[in-house]
Design a protein around this ligand. Structure first.
Ligand SMILES: [Fe+2]
Length: 466
């Protein structure tokens, strides 16, 4: 293996617990919570390699700050899911997004019974429990300090689905988290739910029915509305029952003639108040949304089509790094009582966008995002969505992951006072570094080298407690 970005797709089995990391620079003394990240870390079992980045077995990482600016303590642990234990015992990784029939089997099993549980996409706090999540509705509970796997997490309600949106949106202004499930059927339904803080009982908000359910990775939320962005990467449930297609994503097709539709539902009543159609594009990640002057403003990272899904096959990774990303930060304005949509591009070549937690559903100013990969590194960008101006941090040989902005405790919305926590693969040193960047300038404030290289991961959350 070459000592470049390929290291980001090499398996990591080393685990450490409460390792005090050496710190160069100065940590903010107000930072007293923990960043918990999730992502794939084991790409082989029994000598067989998975095909797609999304298919590696999950590992959690925890970076805990002491509130004095002195230390950061690091713990990492592979999720001991049933999928993981079976892979270690049998040498086969099953139940995946694009590797063999596993993920497909999951969906088939979901239609008739028993999904598997490699929860490698995101984490959430549900009723005081740390929960790992993926794109089927099976959840694994973990100890928030040791990251040890506690076992299956169960909600205390009867909501079901076949596909789970791994991005849930905690709304700090409403004391609830909003999520999304897709149920295959005739018709299929995309169903939004709310989960009140401190509860394990989800409540149905409303649904969008369709004969051709889309692959939905995230959605948008405003104070009054929830927005389902239905891009034309769609399937039909019957397709899953037919032989001949090997993986889950093989069952989805790009149908640009459908366009991309915004379905706007009232958060209280679940009623659909608008559907607006625009040009066809694909989206993994929404950034934020809010209401302004009779319009919904929806910011997201759009791709011209769904080719990005194929581009994330491990065999295609070098192309991806050489050609950069087609993901563009775009702002859409949707008339709440009409069908008009306007858009503008705010930043080109980015993914994994983040905002301050308190800015969600509100008019805001700053996005922090991972810049498109290039062969010798990428960058972290900060975009002022009110002016289109941007700043960047970069260093040759470093590949930054998702930048998580934490606003300083005394700063008010939409201030950029705070810090950006971002892990970066340091290919020159053969390890990953935790970087603490200044939220205003993106200058590096501190760097804490990890004892190993961490494969490229997906998402994390900063928890003030834990
Ligand atoms: Fe995601």
């Amino acid at each position: 293996m070459e000592a470049g970005f390929e290291l980001g797709f090499a398996s990591l089995s080393n685990e450490v617990r409460d390792r005090s990391l050496p710190v160069e620079g100065t940590l903010p003394d107000w930072l007293d919570g923990a960043l918990v990240r999730n992502g794939p870390a084991t790409f082989e079992a029994g000598g067989e390699r998975v095909h797609h980045w999304f298919d590696g077995l999950a590992m959690l990482h925890r970076f805990a700050f002491d509130g004095r600016g002195d230390t950061v303590s690091y713990t990492n642990r592979s999720l001991r899911s049933e999928t993981y234990r079976r892979a270690m015992a049998t040498g086969e990784i099953s139940g995946q997004f694009a590797t063999g029939g596993g993920y497909l089997r999951r969906v088939r099993q979901l239609l008739f019974g028993d999904p598997t549980d490699n929860c490698n996409v995101h984490v959430a706090r549900v009723d005081g429990t740390l929960v790992a999540m993926t794109e089927v509705p099976r959840y694994v509970a973990c100890d928030p300090d040791t990251l040890e796997t506690r076992g299956e997490f169960a909600f205390a309600d009867a909501l079901t689905g076949h596909v789970n949106c791994a991005h849930v949106l905690p709304d700090p202004h409403r004391g609830e988290t909003v999520g999304l499930l897709t149920t295959f059927g005739r018709p299929s339904e995309h169903t939004f739910y709310r989960l009140p803080d401190g509860s394990r009982s989800r409540e149905r908000i409303g649904s969008v029915a369709t004969e051709s359910p889309a692959y939905l990775h995230s959605f948008a939320l405003t104070e009054r509305f929830v927005v389902l962005t239905e891009h034309p990467f769609v399937t039909t449930p019957a397709s899953f029952l037919l032989p001949g297609r090997e993986s889950f994503v093989d069952h989805y097709e790009w149908k640009p003639e459908r366009g991309t539709r915004f379905h706007v539902l009232d958060r209280e009543t679940g009623e659909r108040v608008a559907t607006a159609v625009t040009d066809p594009w694909f989206v993994f990640h929404h950034v934020n949304a809010f209401e302004a002057d009779g319009e919904l403003v929806v910011d997201l990272v759009a791709y011209p089509n769904a080719d990005v899904v194929d581009g994330l096959y491990l065999s295609e990774a070098s192309d991806w790094f050489e050609h950069g990303s087609d993901g563009h930060l775009r702002r859409f304005r949707v008339q709440i009582d009409g069908q008009a949509v306007a858009s503008e591009t705010l930043y080109g070549g980015c993914e994994l966008p983040r905002i301050a937690r308190e800015d969600r559903t509100r008019e805001y100013r700053y996005v922090y995002t991972q810049g498109a990969a290039e062969p010798d590194g990428n960058h972290v960008a900060k975009v002022d969505v009110t002016t289109g101006e941007s700043d960047r941090w970069e260093e040759s040989g470093l590949f930054a992951e998702e930048p998580v902005f934490v606003r300083a405790p005394d700063a008010e919305r939409p201030s950029d006072e705070g810090c950006v926590l971002v892990t970066a693969l340091n290919t020159d040193e053969g390890r990953t570094d935790l970087l603490v960047l200044d939220g205003e300038t993106l200058d590096e404030r501190a760097r804490a080298p990890l004892p190993h290289a961490v494969p490229f991961g997906f998402h994390g959350r900063y928890f003030e407690e834990w």
